[in-house]
Design a protein around this ligand. Structure first.
Ligand code: F6R
Length: 258
């Protein structure tokens, strides 16, 4: 893992946004893997104005999101499709037909998972996958105990995740308990991965991911097996790492400097 220690959340967000913009500039017909959640929301808010400075054309970019809630249709305001369409795809000028999220309201959810895997393969795989990390070490909705060899599937959300995501749902509203998520193996097949983590609530998951054992109890630790993962951290998310001096000295160029 290339671990990039930034001086502030703003710098970490800018670093991740720059990495995405450079990728689109280099490959305007590339395949992007998107994520959602509070961290990604901050990243997308920075990405939209930044990509104008790069003068990027997103009309040829294809994308696959990591996950979608089961039981919400694409027009539901709490669905990830709705969020992405309004906050990312539209503002970036992406073509709706080139964007993909699992359909959480599919009649045959198992078939939907197989179709999603096939669609990623048919697109030639994912060039750059963006990730956040859960407080419990999840990536996508691969909760602790998920198989490190898993593929796109229906997954039950853990109590930790349900509690963390409750803030996105109005009181009394239906909150989905299940999601369709890319599997860990699906994620590991991406050619390049950028994981962004901000804040002290992510510090123990980040330490377990980078410096703990490879274990299904911390699904993000599977990234230790990936040859091209960059982990971008603010000081609070990095605070429990033991090898900070090493990461500073080993920072590898080729990605924008923080
Ligand atoms: C959502 C997703 C999740 C989030 C993670 C962190 O698509 O993939 O793994 O990235 O739950 O979410 P925040 O940033 O809200 O803490």
């Amino acid at each position: 893992m290339n671990i990039v220690l930034c001086d502030s959340p703003e710098q970490a967000i800018r670093f991740a946004a720059d990495t995405i913009c450079r990728q689109v500039a280099a490959r305007p017909d590339g395949v992007h893997g998107f994520a959602t959640g509070g961290t990604m929301d901050q990243l997308y808010q920075a990405l939209v104005p930044l990509q104008r400075q790069y003068a990027l054309d997103w009309s040829g970019v294809r994308s696959f999101n990591l996950d979608e809630y089961v039981g919400l249709d694409a027009d539901h305001p709490m669905s990830y499709r709705y969020f992405m369409r309004h906050n990312v795809f539209g503002p970036l000028g992406m073509q709706d037909a080139r964007t993909h999220l699992p359909r959480g309201d599919a009649r045959d959810l198992e078939q939907e998972c197989r179709d999603y895997e096939n669609a990623i393969a048919a697109a030639g795989g994912i060039d750059l996958q963006l990730l956040g990390i859960g407080k419990n070490g999840h990536i996508g909705f691969n909760e602790p105990s998920s198989s490190l060899g898993s593929r796109t599937r229906i997954a039950r959300l853990s109590q930790d995740t349900l509690a963390a995501n409750q803030r996105f749902f109005p009181p009394g509203a239906f909150q989905p308990q299940w999601a369709i998520t890319m599997g860990i193996r699906t994620i590991l097949e991406s050619r390049q991965i950028v994981l962004l983590a901000l804040g002290e609530q992510k510090a123990s998951a980040v330490a377990a991911m980078a410096e703990g054992p490879l274990s299904a109890m911390c699904p993000a630790s599977a990234l230790q097996m990936h040859p091209a993962t960059t982990v971008v951290l603010d000081p609070e998310a990095a605070q429990l790492l033991r090898l900070k001096d090493y990461y500073r000295s080993a920072y590898s160029p080729g990605v924008p400097s923080p």
